[in-house]
Design a binder for this molecule. Structure first.
Ligand SMILES: [Zn+2]
Length: 81
């Protein structure tokens, strides 16, 4: 069971999606043409992957049980009431 996350940008509550920088096509191209730079590019993409909000695509998802997440959730609930 995963913890839920909240987006600090748009207030979306749910689970972040994994996003990686760079392009899959570039990665394949480097592998086919050069080999080693392809490996470096693949490693860079793996290390630079981040959790993004599925709604606004910003890397701004934080756990709802963190102090900041709780405060944000309370603020959002107050707005709805
Ligand atoms: Zn968002």
């Amino acid at each position: 069971m995963f913890k839920k996350y909240i987006c600090t940008m748009c207030g979306y509550v749910g689970y972040p999606v994994k996003k990686s920088k760079g392009s899959f096509l570039v990665e394949i191209g480097l592998w086919l043409c050069f080999g080693l730079p392809g490996l470096i590019y693949t490693l860079w993409r793996l290390t630079s992957s981040y959790d993004a909000c599925p709604e606004c695509k910003n890397p701004s998802m934080i756990p709802v049980d963190s102090p900041m997440g709780k405060r944000l959730l309370e603020t959002l609930n107050e707005d709805k009431l």
